[in-house]
Write a protein that binds this ligand. Structure first.
Ligand SMILES: C[S@@+](CC[C@H](N)C(=O)[O-])C[C@H]1O[C@@H](n2cnc3c(N)ncnc32)[C@H](O)[C@@H]1O
Ligand SMILES: [Zn+2]
Length: 250
């Protein structure tokens, strides 16, 4: 089976309308609206006061991975990856599901794909659909690493669920040497690209809980515009660096 080839990097700058100039300046270019040519607007801050400044109907897809609300001390014990790196940080906002609850109210009918939603099934407004990320490496490793899959919830009412197979975990980093592990719940870019292809009409994507910037990187590779918000400056730095890296055509 042929894998769809990545689109070449945009040569024409991706731009923003003035209706978004009420948003905070971009962490990368310091302008509002953002002037980064790749159309990836990175905001350092708390997403709760930021999102209400986005006019209704502008966002075509929310693709995000909010704090899970599980107060997971286990993140501090995560295994080293192929570079021998471990991620030992705890996640801001992980002590409760308050952020998830807030997000679900804000998005209303905006198309959304939300990782971690299996942690708060009673908050989900309707049945929706599930994307199953099959991240198995091999049976022995999976037993050591805990869950061999993760679920993302989609708020669509029709169509089918989806299975995405992208190996990841422990010493297997699906992004190989392209991006080392910099965040305890970092997702592979390839996984987010596959999900974005499912929403081929979505040209403006929002990730209010951006972490190390996987959503923005996947959007950049596919030539889509993206607004990312992240509360921790150290992850904004990492996002900015990942966005400057060259694309590898696979
Ligand atoms: C589960 S992680 C996202 C990881 C990301 N998918 C990646 O691949 O790196 C959730 C992120 O939300 C951030 N966060 C927590 N509260 C926030 C808030 N109120 N506004 C913006 N970001 C927040 C955390 O710092 C954390 O980096
Ligand atoms: Zn910018």
């Amino acid at each position: 089976m042929n894998t769809p080839s990545k689109q070449p990097l945009e040569t024409q700058a991706l731009t923003w309308s003035d209706e978004l100039s009420a948003l905070p300046a971009c962490y990368r270019c310091h302008a509002s609206p953002c002037r980064c040519r790749d159309g990836i607007w990175l905001i350092h801050g708390d997403c709760r006061p930021v999102l209400p400044k986005i006019p209704a109907g502008v966002i075509q897809l929310v693709l995000t991975d909010p704090p899970y609300g599980i107060n997971q001390d286990g993140f501090r014990k995560s295994l080293p990856d192929s570079e021998g790196e471990t991620c030992v940080a705890s996640i801001v906002g992980d002590e409760s599901d308050a952020l998830a609850e807030w997000l679900l109210v804000w998005i209303r009918e905006t198309p959304a794909v939300i990782f971690g939603a299996a942690n708060w099934p009673t908050l989900l407004p309707h049945k929706g659909r599930w994307i199953c990320w099959d991240k198995r490496c091999n049976e022995r490793a999976d037993k050591m690493l805990g869950s061999a899959f993760e679920l993302a919830w989609e708020n669509r009412h029709s169509g089918f669920g989806m299975m995405v197979r992208v190996q990841h975990g422990g010493v297997v980093n699906a992004d190989h040497k392209r991006f080392g592990r910099a965040h305890p719940t970092q997702k592979p870019v390839q996984l987010f690209e596959r999900i974005l292809r499912r929403y081929s009409d979505a040209d403006l994507i929002l990730d209010p809980f951006a972490g190390s910037g996987t959503t923005g990187r996947a959007c950049k590779d596919l030539g889509r515009r993206c607004i990312m918000v992240e509360i921790e400056e150290k992850y904004c730095e990492i996002s900015a660096r990942r966005l400057e890296q060259q694309v590898l055509f696979t």
